[in-house]
Design a binder for this molecule. Structure first.
Ligand code: PHE
Ligand code: NA
Length: 454
C-alpha cells in the first residue's frame, strides 16, 4: 500500500508525535488516579504488577495501535476497516473502532468532571483558601464542592470549552501547538514539585510505601485494577493512540517511539507518587483516602508547609494542563470520524460532540448531588463510568487490537510498518501481541469473574 497522507494533517516530526502521544498518556490517570489506587491497594506489590502490565501488555498493544493507525491513515473506525480489508479480513473489525469511540465519550464524561474539580482548586489555591486548614476542614471544602452542582457545572463547562477549542484548530494549529506549549511546562512543574517534596516531606517513607514488596497484599481485584489502569494510563484500547498514530510520519520507528512514550508516562506516574506520598506521610494523612487523596490531603499538606500556597497553586495548574492534553485525545477519534464520514468542517463537529459530552458530564457530576440516588450495579453514575471504561471497555478493546494485529493482519504488513532492524525484536513483539497480551487480559477477566461468582 502506498503511503497516503491523512486528510486531517500530520505531525511535523517524530518528536512532535512523541510529545502529543505523551500529552495524551500523561493526565489525571498519572497524577490523580495512580496515586490513589496505589494507596488503596497497599502500594508496593500493586505498583510492581502495574509495571509488569505496562511492559508486557501495554507497550506491545501501543505499538499495534500506532501501526494500525499509520497504515490506515484515518480515524480509528475507518483505519480498522481499511487495514482489515487489506489483509483479506472482514470490514466488521471497524466495530472495535466504534467501541473505542464510545469508550472515549464515556471516559470524557467523568474525566471532565474531575478536571473541573482541578480547575476549581486552581482558583481556590490562588485565593489562599487552604492556608492552615486541617484535614477536616479540607474535607469539607471538597464535599461542599461535590454537593454544589452549579459550581461543578460551571467548571465542567469551562473544561469542555477548552478542549473543544483546541480540537477545533485541527492537528497542526490546534493539537500540535497546544502540545508544544504545554508539555515542557508540565515537565518543569513536576520536577519542581518533586524537589519540594524531597526537601519538605517524609521522602523515605513515601518511597517505601510505593516500592516495598509484599505479595500477600495483592488480590485479584487489585490485579484487575492494575491491568485496567495500565490501559487507561497509556490511553490504550479506545483509539486515541491509533488516531495520533495516523498522523505519524512514515519514517519514524514505532518501537523506539512507543518505548519513549511509555517510559515518560510511567516516570511521571511514579514521580507523582513520589511527590504526593511523602507529603501525605509527613502530615500523618491516610494514603488510602481514595479519589479524594489529591483533593483533600494535598491541600492540607500544602496549606501547612512554607511556600505551600505557591506550590499548591502550581501543582493544580500542572494537573489541569495534563488533563487538558489527555481530554483532547479522548475526543479526536470521534471528531476525525465525523469529519471523514460527513465531510463536515471541524467547527460544527466539535460543537456537536462538545454538546454530547457536556450532557453526559452532567449525568456524571450529578452522582455527588441531585443524582446520588441513582445506582448502577451498586455504583453511582460516576463510579460506574470509571469502572466500566477502565476495567471492561479498555482491556477488551486492547484484547481485540492485540488479536487483530497479531492474528488477523498479514505478517508482511506488521513487519513493514514496524520496520525493526533486529529480527529478534519483531519476534518478541509477535509473541507478546499474539500470546502474552491476549492471554493476560483474558485470564484476568475470567479469574475475576470466577472470584465474583464464587
Ligand atoms: N491516559 C490518560 C490519563 O492517564 C487518560 C486517557 C485514557 C486519555 C484514554 C485518552 C484515552 O489520564
Ligand atoms: Na497516563
Amino acid at each position: 500500500m502506498k503511503d497516503r497522507q491523512n486528510i486531517h494533517g500530520s505531525w511535523a516530526n517524530r518528536w512532535i508525535f512523541i510529545m502529543a502521544a505523551t500529552g495524551s498518556a500523561v493526565g489525571l490517570g498519572n497524577i490523580w488516579k495512580f496515586p490513589y489506587i496505589a494507596g488503596e491497594n497497599g502500594g508496593g506489590a500493586f505498583v510492581l504488577v502495574y509495571l509488569l502490565f505496562i511492559l508486557g501488555v501495554g507497550v506491545p498493544i501501543m505499538m499495534a495501535e500506532v501501526l494500525v493507525g499509520r497504515r490506515g491513515r484515518q480515524s480509528p473506525i475507518n483505519s480498522m476497516r481499511e487495514v482489515a480489508i487489506e489483509s483479506d479480513h472482514s470490514p466488521k473489525w471497524a466495530l472495535v473502532g466504534w467501541m473505542g469511540a464510545l469508550a472515549g465519550f464515556l471516559i470524557f464524561s467523568f474525566y471532565s468532571v474531575v478536571a473541573g474539580w482541578v480547575l476549581a482548586y486552581v482558583a481556590a489555591m490562588a485565593n489562599g483558601d487552604f492556608l492552615d486548614v486541617g484535614s477536616e476542614q479540607a474535607g469539607k471544602v471538597f464535599s461542599d464542592l461535590l454537593a454544589d452542582p452549579q459550581t461543578l457545572l460551571i467548571w465542567h463547562s469551562v473544561f469542555v470549552v477548552l478542549v473543544m477549542v483546541v480540537l477545533l484548530g485541527g492537528v497542526n494549529k490546534g493539537l500540535e501547538r497546544a502540545t508544544k506549549l504545554m508539555m515542557p511546562a508540565l515537565f518543569v512543574l513536576l520536577l519542581v514539585l518533586l524537589g519540594y517534596s524531597m526537601t519538605s516531606g517524609s521522602f523515605g517513607e513515601g518511597l517505601d510505601f510505593l516500592f516495598h514488596f509484599d505479595p500477600s497484599e495483592l488480590s485479584w481485584d487489585a490485579v484487575l485494577v492494575a491491568l485496567g489502569h495500565s490501559f487507561f494510563t497509556l490511553s490504550l484500547g479506545m483509539g486515541s493512540i491509533m488516531a495520533y498514530g495516523s498522523y505519524m510520519p512514515k519514517n519514524a520507528s514505532i518501537g523506539g517511539t512507543v518505548l519513549t512514550i511509555a517510559a515518560l508516562d510511567t516516570a511521571i506516574a511514579l514521580i507523582a507518587g513520589m511527590a504526593i506520598f511523602p507529603i501525605v506521610f509527613a502530615n500523618s494523612l491516610d494514603p488510602g483516602a481514595g479519589p479524594g487523596l489529591m483533593f483533600i490531603t494535598l491541600p492540607v499538606a500544602f496549606g501547612q508547609m512554607p511556600g505551600g500556597q505557591v506550590f499548591g497553586f502550581l501543582f493544580f495548574v500542572l494537573v489541569a494542563l495534563a488533563a487538558w492534553t489527555s481530554a483532547i485525545s479522548l475526543m479526536e477519534p470521534g471528531v476525525a470520524w465525523m469529519v471523514e464520514k460527513f465531510g463536515l468542517k471541524r467547527g460544527p463537529v466539535c460543537i456537536l460532540l462538545g454538546l454530547v459530552v457536556w450532557l453526559l458530564g452532567i449525568a456524571a457530576l450529578s452522582s455527588f448531588n441531585f443524582g446520588s440516588d441513582i445506582s448502577l450495579f451498586g455504583m453511582n453514575i460516576f463510579d460506574f463510568l470509571d469502572f466500566i471504561t477502565a476495567n471492561v471497555f479498555l482491556p477488551l478493546g486492547g484484547l481485540f487490537v492485540a488479536c487483530f494485529a497479531g492474528w488477523a493482519l498479514k505478517q508482511k504488513v506488521t513487519r513493514e510498518e514496524l520496520a525493526m532492524a533486529n529480527p529478534g525484536y519483531y519476534l518478541a513483539w509477535s509473541v507478546a501481541i499474539r500470546y502474552i497480551a491476549p492471554v493476560a487480559v483474558a485470564a484476568i477477566f475470567i479469574l475475576n469473574l470466577i472470584e465474583k461468582l464464587g
